[in-house]
Design a protein around this ligand. Structure first.
Ligand code: ZN
Length: 94
């Protein structure tokens, strides 16, 4: 727990408090927006991974069904998409 200065009256207040106990000024306008952005970003990378897995499966099926060029191309594309989603999710969430 850290102490921050109230923007309105300059009093030391807890960074966990949603408002200054002295004057009632709100302290966290920015903190409320951030978690939503992270959630939306990780969801985007998750769907990227899902699409990658689906493409790999399509590639494997196409390979079995004697369409090796299409199968390998789709498989590699899916793998790249999946890895991109993993790295992107890791990069965005730390
Ligand atoms: Zn205050």
């Amino acid at each position: 727990m850290a102490l921050i200065k109230c923007a309105e009256c300059g009093r030391d207040i807890s960074s966990l408090a949603s408002a200054c106990p002295g004057c009632g000024a709100p302290t966290k306008e920015v903190a409320q927006v951030e978690p939503m952005t992270i959630q939306a970003t990780s969801k985007q990378y998750k769907s990227m991974q899902l699409l990658g897995v689906l493409l790999v499966l399509v590639g494997v099926v196409a390979g079995i069904a004697e369409a090796p060029v299409f199968g390998v191309t789709t498989g590699v594309l899916g793998l790249a998409l999946y890895i991109g989603g993993r790295i992107g999710g890791w990069w965005a969430n730390g």
